[in-house]
Design a protein around this ligand. Structure first.
Ligand code: FES
Length: 160
């Protein structure tokens, strides 16, 4: 399998940064996902060969990270943390608000393919709980009003 020219160049450069080939796996998986919209079986096999791991070992890495996926999802992936620090500061209400606002359940996509919603474990933003990640951006000290503003803002931006 060939990736885009840009991704091939990135891979060739990144692999020189690490003492062992396998160390490049997590960052390159994210770049592959950005390029393909998901991490396909073909990409898993290709990367496994390049970093000298089995397909299963690559799949195990993917299954560990909530931001990695082997199927396409909505363009904006809302990952709401409901772990203990966030829960103590109302994450359950935040997650319920997201579900209501988007009209979807956990791990579901909106009909227009714009949003994907999922409940995740700690995202390392406990000091600013409740928190969520939208693709690679963090949103902290969440309130229902902030959620509305964010979602409405994305919809508006996408309509332009
Ligand atoms: S518990 Fe939510 S960010 Fe850590």
């Amino acid at each position: 399998m060939k990736f885009s020219e840009q991704l091939e160049a990135r891979f060739a450069e990144m692999i020189t940064h690490y003492p062992t080939k396998r160390s490049v796996l997590v960052p390159i998986l994210l770049y592959v996902q950005d390029e393909l919209g998901e991490i396909t079986d073909e990409a898993i096999h290709e990367l496994a060969q390049r970093v000298e791991l089995s397909d299963l070992e690559v799949r195990n890495v993917i299954s560990y990270y909530s931001m990695m996926r082997t199927h396409p999802v909505g363009r904006y992936n809302l990952q709401v943390c409901t772990n203990v620090s966030c829960l103590l500061r109302g994450a359950d209400k935040i997650f319920e608000h997201c579900k209501k606002k988007l009209g979807v359940g956990n791990k579901e996509d909106t009909a227009d393919g714009l949003f994907h919603l999922e409940e995740v474990e700690c995202i390392g933003a406990c000091s600013w709980a409740p928190a969520m990640q939208v693709n690679y951006d963090y949103h902290e000290n969440l309130t229902p009003e902030k959620i509305d503003e964010l979602i409405d803002g994305i919809k508006k931006k996408e309509q332009q």
